[in-house]
Every structure is written in C-alpha cells, then in structure tokens.
Design a protein. Structure first.
Ligand code: SF4
Ligand code: SF4
Ligand code: SF4
Length: 305
C-alpha cells in the first residue's frame, strides 16, 4: 500500500509541476480549430433501430470489457429502466413508447456525441481530453489528474469515473473506436448493426443523407437533425419520428458548450484563484478521496482475515 501511495503521489506531483509550468495559458485558450472538413460522423436513424443491443455487445467486446454472450442482450426486460453509459458500457440503448404506433417502440442508442467544440476538452485543465482532426474526442489517462471537471462540463453527461477502482481510476467514455477509425476502419457498433440504423461517413455527407431522408419521408421524420447544430455541432447525429426531447436527447442551443466552461475557467484562473492554489486544492480533493477508498479497502481486508 505504501508503494502505491508513493506512486500516486509521484504521479500527482508531476501533474502539479506540469500544470504550474504553463497550463494556465492552456486553460484560457479555446481548443484550436483543427477539424478536417472531411471529418467523420455517425448518423443514428432511430426509426430503423430495432433495439437488439448488438451494438452494446460489440462495443464491450472491441474494448476488452467482459461482454458475455450476445444472446443475453436480446432480452428486452432491460428496457424497463432508463440507462446511461457507464464505466464499461460506453454505449447503451433505451426504449420509449411510440406515440405514432404503440406496437413499434422507439429505441435510441446513446454514447459520447464527439462534439465539434467539446466542453470536456475545454474544461480539462491538464489537456487530458483531445478533439482529433477526424472528429474523435479521446482521453489520455497519462495526463488526467482525476479532477472530474469534464464530467461536470459535458452537456450530455457522458464521461464516467471508475469510483469502485481504488487505484488509478479511469474516466470512461466512447472513443469513437479510435483504434479502428484512426486507421480507416469502421466503429464496432456500426459494423454489427443489422438494420443500418447507424451510418458512418463524412459528417457533411451524413447531413446530406439525413436531409434527403427527411425530404423524401416527411411523415416518418421530424424536420430536425439532432446534433447538426446543437452545442456547435456534434459528430454523432440523430433522426427521429418524434421530438428529440421525447427521447431524452437534451435540448441545447446552437451555441457551443465550451463557452460556458471556458468562462468559468477564465474566472478561476484570471481573476479569483492563483493557479497553484487551485491545483493544490484539487490535489487535496484527489488525495482525500483516494485515501478514503484505501482506508475502506484496508478495513475490508482486515475484517476478512
Ligand atoms: S458529449 Fe461530452 S464527453 Fe463527448 S465530446 Fe461532447 S462534451 Fe465531450
Ligand atoms: S464508436 Fe466504438 S466506442 Fe463508441 S459506441 Fe460505437 S463501438 Fe463503442
Ligand atoms: S445494433 Fe443497431 S438496431 Fe441494434 S440496438 Fe444497436 S443501433 Fe439499434
């Protein structure tokens, strides 16, 4: 336990040094616009989705999480409760009543939206989140200091924290299958979807396809591509037969979300708290929460003897 504490302490000390060496200016800066005009996205057509949850299984499998048998994902009992993505479930599918046809429910897959102007990137004071040129928003565990500001900033409540993991917990979220998509591959969920409810392609092309579907079938679709403009645009976008808000896709303005977190950060860094004091405070929070978990673990181990 002593070694672990020391290792955690060293990790944190280097984060402090790194931070105080110049991250104040990072925190003030808006993310650079490095986005490729050809960046990729996914169009989720909720009118096609059959709620098979193969995508959940494929996501877990491709990320080395314990996925179990694919058949068990076809049990629809799970839809009794609304679920959100969590630690080792980067994507989840939910079900809603269909006001237009009570026999055919509406299924909706949720995951990170891979925002074009991601609040998580903007909020992260050590640059652990990154928006990549081709659209993916990724997280670097080597940089993260566990402050969890990204969780507060995300307008879709996506990043989750491994609270159960006492040692070096991760922030988790869909990484747009970076291993695959950065090499020209297809996301695992898109690949397995049996009814083409998920379409992967250049974002501009997906918007064109979505507009065409709405135009050709105005009875089937609401005239709204969710994610085209919300929070400044997202890589993942949705078509639906009902208002997006009825599918628990949060109502957001077109304004970019980072504006909010940036102004908070600017306030903290430029006017209120000297950066070193803030990092020391964050360090205190991290240390206390880690130490609390260690003490619980020690008590459990002691009682098990
Ligand atoms: S949905 Fe949340 S976690 Fe995903 S890119 Fe946007 S702000 Fe970041
Ligand atoms: S893109 Fe990859 S990581 Fe994201 S939900 Fe699909 S399978 Fe999971
Ligand atoms: S695999 Fe496709 S059809 Fe099945 S739940 Fe996922 S998005 Fe819907």
């Amino acid at each position: 336990m002593k070694n672990i504490n020391r290792r955690n302490f060293l990790k944190f000390s280097s984060a402090l040094t790194f931070a105080s060496a110049g991250l104040t200016s990072n925190a003030k800066a808006a993310p650079n616009n490095i986005l490729s005009p050809d960046r990729m996205g996914v169009l989720v057509d909720t009118t096609h989705c059959v709620g098979c949850r193969n995508c959940e299984w494929a996501c877990k499998t491709s990320h080395g999480h314990d996925a179990g048998d694919i058949e068990k994902y076809h049990n629809r009992e799970v839809f009794k409760e609304f679920r959100r993505p969590k630690d080792h479930s980067f994507t989840v599918v939910n079900e809603f009543e269909n006001p237009k046809n009570e026999l055919i429910p509406i299924n909706v897959k949720y995951q990170c939206m891979h925002c074009d102007k991601p609040a998580c990137v903007s909020a992260c004071i050590v640059g652990a989140f990154q928006k990549n040129e081709m659209g993916q928003v990724t997280w670097d565990g080597g940089k993260c200091i566990g402050c969890r500001y990204c969780m507060v900033a995300c307008p879709f409540q996506i990043p989750t924290f491994e609270y159960e993991k006492a040692i070096e917990p991760n922030i988790n979220k869909c990484d747009f299958c970076f291993e695959r998509t950065s090499k020209g591959g297809i996301p695992a969920c898109v690949e397995i979807c049996p009814v083409e409810a998920l379409m992967f392609g250049p974002r501009t092309e997906l918007i064109r396809v979505a507009r065409q579907r709405i135009k050709r079938n105005p009875e089937r679709y609401k005239n709204h591509i969710y994610g085209e403009k919300e929070v400044g645009g997202t890589s993942w976008m949705y078509l639906s037969s009902v208002d997006a808000s009825q599918l628990k896709l949060p109502k957001h303005k077109d304004k970019t979300a980072p504006g909010v977190s940036e102004s908070i950060q600017h306030g903290i860094f430029a006017y209120f708290v000297p950066p070193l004091a803030l990092y020391a405070w964050l360090g205190g929070i991290m240390w206390i929460s880690k130490r609390r978990k260690e003490i619980i673990q020690e008590v459990v181990e002691e009682e098990a003897k």
